[in-house]
Design a protein around this ligand. Structure first.
Ligand code: ADP
Ligand code: MG
Length: 696
């Protein structure tokens, strides 16, 4: 395989420098190896041949066998096309080419028998196929059965590169390969009953049958995911051995007193379990890096607080970082209320903290009398230094990049334990990959007594009824959120609809106070408006997605989301999580201006059918693909996958991770001769570069 990477595609028979350039530009294919790894993205069954008089309705690509009767050139200039009449004894069909007219006319001889393959279309009762694949009967017959369809670009097609062309190139390489050296250790292949590499590569391009194809796909997906996991895990293990962490050996006064006297409610089973997991980590002497996933409203804050108390019991300081000022403030208020009575010193640091207070905070941080610092990005600035930072909580991870996480670690010679909390539920298998260096804890249980939020999809003509329902909630003393899409692409229009919405709401509910926030407001104004709502002085909050994260107003029972079709599913889920935080039945109404259909409708129906964040995240991932997943880009993981799919291959990811983990358990340095192949492959795939995980 190594040799194949160094062989330039331009030397392959039939390619040449010009086409090589085209292949590189369009598909990134430079070497023989790249071409072999350009797998078909689907397969068509070419075992049956249709008759022209069998054509009907909406057919997939099919094969016809017959002869060209004539070729005529029609149209002029850019519209010039070549039309061949193709007959098979049951009828005649038009075959149309817009490009490479001369070559085609020369290549296909009237009278000879051909098999053509393409998608038939009908226009005014006449059938035609545009740009089909054309093969002599001899070649086509040799290629019966499943035939791969390669991903191509429009440019390539216009230049005459078809799926068939690529297949022919691949065949040329395969026929000249005497052997392909195996890329996985033999014992893994044997244990998992995987197809050998050579067989898998042949089968993926030219499968004998579906069974063989599936085995080939399994082998190749496993390999790709296995090396990905092995790479992630070897650095994680290495870091664990190089960098010791704080050992929090005891549970002391603060934790115990708070737990027995101040706990506002009984912890849920899931909260208890997570605290246990964290305790085991921080007691191990290794630095903890743990991702805490818990759906909105699952009570992550309390868990974070208890963990911070353990740190304080062990004579270190703790820090909680939130993505927005509002959220930092809210955490500060909740937490200081809970722990001030037991003598814990908590302070808030944000961009708008005054100099005098800043100085006080710095002094106390350095002399150790400040136990918990809560804040925004301000806490990672260079001039903020701790006496002994032992525990860091990062709330809503997706707003922070890896680099920022790393900055916190550097605030101490011994790196603090890190708990990253997110309510954007990432499917576990994806979390392993995106946050490969993090262990994962999950709070999968909501506090008792919560009633599931009822979610409804409503259209413009039902607005009046929707407002009536809002009126009933207001009358019962509840509060209401009305959310507009983020001010974005068309800023002016968005702002206008937001302001109009605000006016409309004030008119509709004249006896209630309405607060109003959006991202373009001055922070002070925003905070004022938010606090009006948080304290209950305002009954309705008209807002953009600035309220998305973390805000906690349990008395708010209704949320209307305008233009809901413009939001992503995970975002809708986050927004919806602002209601349903108290004991009362809550409602989320997704408004859409137009009747929506198709995918958009299916997306919103997922929201009306479930409140389970994991189900929603999986659906979102499947519909949008992992590339779009928030936070994925920042995480620094490049998803350079040829065949595996992070969204749908969860089971194989898990298997790959287990196998990789076993390998490292036995030989963490991969120095055993049997593991030579692993080291070689890792070098080829990931280079000898030091991974960012090690640096951070
Ligand atoms: P999130 O996980 O979304 O950050 P919070 O920590 O803000 O959730 O908690 C949501 C609400 O649930 C808060 O009002 C909190 O006080 C409450 N809560 C947390 N844990 C429990 C519990 N074990 N029992 C009852 N209520 C709880
Ligand atoms: Mg929260």
């Amino acid at each position: 395989m190594k040799r194949l990477r160094s062989l330039d595609i331009k030397y392959l028979k039939g390619v040449g420098p010009k086409r090589a350039e085209l292949l590189e530009k369009q598909l990134g294919i430079k070497s023989y190896y790249d071409l072999l790894c350009h797998f078909p993205n689907h397969y068509v069954d070419r075992s049956s041949i249709y008759k022209i008089n069998q054509l009907n309705g909406d057919m997939p690509s099919i094969q016809l066998k017959g002869r060209f009767i004539s070729f005529t050139t029609q149209g002029e200039g850019a519209k010039t096309r070549l039309v061949g009449l193709f007959a098979d004894g049951t009828g005649v069909i038009e075959i149309v080419w817009f490009h490479r007219i001369k070559q085609i006319k020369d290549a296909y001889l009237p009278g000879n028998e051909y098999i053509i393959f393409g998608k038939p279309g009908e226009f005014k009762g006449r059938w035609s196929i545009i740009h089909p694949e054309v093969d002599s009967v001899a070649i086509a017959t040799a290629q019966q059965g499943l035939r791969g369809v390669y991903p191509l670009t429009e440019t390539l097609r216009n230049k005459g590169v078809t799926s068939r062309t690529l297949f022919n190139y691949v065949c040329t390489i395969l026929s000249s390969l005497s052997s392909v050296s195996e890329t996985l250790p033999l014992d893994i292949i044997k244990r998992l009953n995987l197809m050998p590499i050579r067989e898998a590569i042949v089968a993926i391009h030219n499968p004998r049958d579906n069974n063989q194809l599936q085995n080939a796909r399994m082998r190749l997906k496993f390999e790709e995911l296995f090396y990905m996991q092995l790479n992630i895990l070897r650095y994680t293990r290495k870091r664990a051995t190089i960098i010791p962490g704080f050992k929090f050996a005891r549970i002391g006064y603060f934790f115990n007193t708070f737990y027995s006297e101040q706990l506002p409610f009984q912890l849920t089973g899931a909260q208890k379990r997570v605290i246990k997991e964290v305790r085991a980590d921080v007691g191990s002497g290794r630095q903890m890096n743990r991702l805490l996933q818990g759906d909105v409203g699952s009570g992550k804050t309390l868990v974070a607080l208890l963990c911070m108390l353990i740190a304080i019991d062990n004579n270190t300081q703790a820090c909680l970082m939130a993505p927005t000022e509002i959220l930092a403030m809210q955490h500060f208020e909740t937490i200081s209320k809970l722990v001030s009575v037991i003598g814990i010193n908590v302070k808030l640091l944000t961009g708008s903290t005054r100099k005098k207070q800043r100085d006080l905070i710095n002094t106390q941080l350095q002399d150790g009398s400040l136990h918990i610092l809560i804040g925004t990005h301000a806490v990672i600035e260079d001039n903020v230094s701790f006496k002994n930072l032992g525990f860091v909580v990062i709330d809503e991870q997706h707003r922070f990049g890896v680099a920022q996480r790393a900055k916190l670690w550097k605030k101490n010679t011994i790196p603090p334990h890190v708990l990253v909390m997110t309510a954007t539920p990432i499917p576990r298998t994806l979390a392993m990959t995106v946050y490969g260096d993090l262990d994962v804890s999950v709070i999968d249980e909501l506090p008792p007594g919560r009633k599931p939020i009822q979610t409804l999809l409503r259209y413009e003509e039902q607005r009046f009824q929707v407002y009536q329902a809002v009126g009933r909630q207001l009358k019962m003393g509840r509060q209401v959120y009305i959310v507009y899409p983020l001010i974005q692409e068309n800023e002016k229009l968005d702002l206008q609809s937001l302001e109009e919405g605000y006016e409309l709401i004030k008119e509709t509910f004249p006896s209630y106070n309405v607060a109003f926030v959006h991202g373009k407001m001055k922070p002070a104004e925003k905070d004022f408006q938010m606090s009006q709502f948080a304290t209950g002085k305002a009954h309705i909050l008209v807002a953009t997605t600035v309220i998305e994260v973390g805000v906690n107003v349990p008395n708010a029972t209704t949320m209307i989301i305008e233009n809901a079709e413009r939001f992503g599913l995970s975002q809708l889920h986050q927004l919806r999580g602002r209601v349903g935080r108290g004991d009362n039945q809550s409602y989320c109404i997704l408004m859409s201006k137009y009747k929506i259909a198709g995918d958009t409708r299916r997306r919103l129906e997922i929201m009306t059918n479930t409140t389970d964040g994991f189900v929603i995240a999986e659906a979102d991932l499947k519909m949008r693909g992992p590339g779009d997943l928030e936070g994925t880009m920042q995480s620094g993981v490049a998803f350079d996958l040829h065949i595996a799919n992070l969204a749908t291959d969860g089971q194989i990811i898990q298997l790959a991770r287990n196998v990789a983990s076993d390998v490292l358990d036995a030989d963490v340095e991969l120095s055993h001769p049997d593991n030579l192949i692993l080291r070689q492959q890792l070098d080829i795939l990931y280079g000898k570069n030091v991974n960012w995980r090690l640096i951070s």
